[in-house]
Design a protein around this ligand. Structure first.
Ligand SMILES: [Zn+2]
Ligand SMILES: [Zn+2]
Length: 367
């Protein structure tokens, strides 16, 4: 009895001082064949630059919201609290790491290289040591990151403070691309989606990234109680570990999730769609097909009639299968009994395979 009591005391003294139970949301987005769909926010600030929270809070927030992976990416060049926190660019990562390990959040070491346009701001992730990046010339800073085998992406190319009228691609970006120092672009930063960045990723074979770029507590920017979510990068990784995330990023195996939408390469959005919509029932009467659809994910599915449908099928222009919900659709057909199955050509308007272009799909229904 006494022995058990002593063990209990030791346990109480060594346990990390968090509350006894914590709640975590689940983000319902399906895996795709061969890959797990990991949820990654690769752009986050703390008091080690101009953020307003301590690094461990970023781990708590990520865990609470159901994320798998984060990078704390404090500015190298802008540290307004440098009188109060040490000027070691690795410190935020080191402070957060024990919490991340405890809570099974994958933490990838990163930083934000923060320069005037051109070339603008860049995140480097998968660093070993962020301190050599603190160097005057921007080319040297990016080279210092790349020499550590970092994955480098261009942040918020359409940020109005750096590109007030037009989102331009500069010759500096061509230089970075040609020298293997630019691997991705933020298609989404916070609440802004950049169609230019989306198109550049498609044209130049760059990885699509979405991030929160959060500075204050996450709940100040996103109303989590109303189901709002920060934007995040969906990483299609072989395993749930850092090495698989690195491999997926370098191979462009991502999609971006923001504001109840996805943007990404068609092959990945098609797989996500195919694992997101279930046909629950198909009934046929003399003049119609009645189909019940179910969406087991957190992303609503906006179905819009596309070109090329059989003109005898009369059905909706657009309808939404709600997140975690059902939708019954009716297709009116004179002499429906003559059709043993029907085929509808649709577009999923909130699955963007290019700027302004929804995913084209063909769905077949048979009673
Ligand atoms: Zn920035
Ligand atoms: Zn930032």
């Amino acid at each position: 009895m006494i022995k058990r009591f002593i063990v209990l005391i030791i346990l109480l003294l060594t346990v990390y001082p968090v509350s006894e139970s914590q709640v975590r949301d689940t983000i319902r987005i399906p895996d795709i064949p061969g890959y797990k769909t990991l949820k990654y926010d690769p752009h986050i600030h703390t008091v080690f630059s101009d953020g307003r929270v301590w690094p461990t809070v970023r781990v708590d927030e990520a865990w609470r919201e159901g994320l798998d992976v984060i990078s704390i990416t404090d500015h190298i060049e802008y540290r307004p609290f440098s009188d109060d926190v040490v000027s070691d660019h690795n410190r935020a990562f080191e402070v957060a790491r024990p919490s991340a390990d405890n809570m099974n959040i994958l933490l990838i070491h990163g930083t934000e290289i923060t320069r005037a346009m051109p070339p603008g701001h860049f995140n480097a992730v998968f660093l070993n040591d962020a301190n050599p990046i603190d160097t005057p010339e921007w080319r040297d800073a990016i080279k210092a990151a790349r020499s550590q085998n970092a994955f480098i992406f261009w942040n918020h190319p359409g940020w109005s403070r750096q590109q007030p009228d037009t989102t331009l691609w500069w010759e500096e970006h061509t230089w970075l691309l040609e020298n293997d120092m630019l691997h991705g672009i933020e298609v989404v930063n916070g609440r802004s989606y950049s169609p230019e960045a989306h198109q550049w990723c498609l044209d130049k074979n760059l990885t699509m990234i979405a991030s929160s770029d959060i500075h204050g507590p996450i709940g100040m920017d996103y109303d989590l109680s109303m189901g709002e979510r920060r934007p995040m990068t969906l990483v299609f990784a072989r395993e749930r570990n850092n090495e698989s995330v690195r491999e997926a990023l370098f191979e462009g195996r991502t999609a971006v999730y923001f504001d109840n939408k996805l943007a990404g390469r068609e092959e990945y959005l098609r797989e996500l769609f195919m694992h997101s919509l279930e046909i629950k029932s198909v009934a046929r009467s003399s003049n119609s097909y009645s189909v019940t659809l179910f969406n087991p994910t957190d992303i609503p599915l906006v179905l819009t009639r596309a070109q090329g449908n059989d003109p005898v099928f009369k059905f909706f222009r657009t309808t939404t299968v709600p997140a975690n919900g059902y939708r019954n659709i009716r297709i009116y057909i004179e002499n429906a009994m003559d059709y043993d199955q029907i085929e509808l050509k649709l577009r999923i308007d909130n699955f963007l395979v290019a700027p302004g272009k929804g995913l084209p799909v063909t769905m077949e229904f048979a009673p």
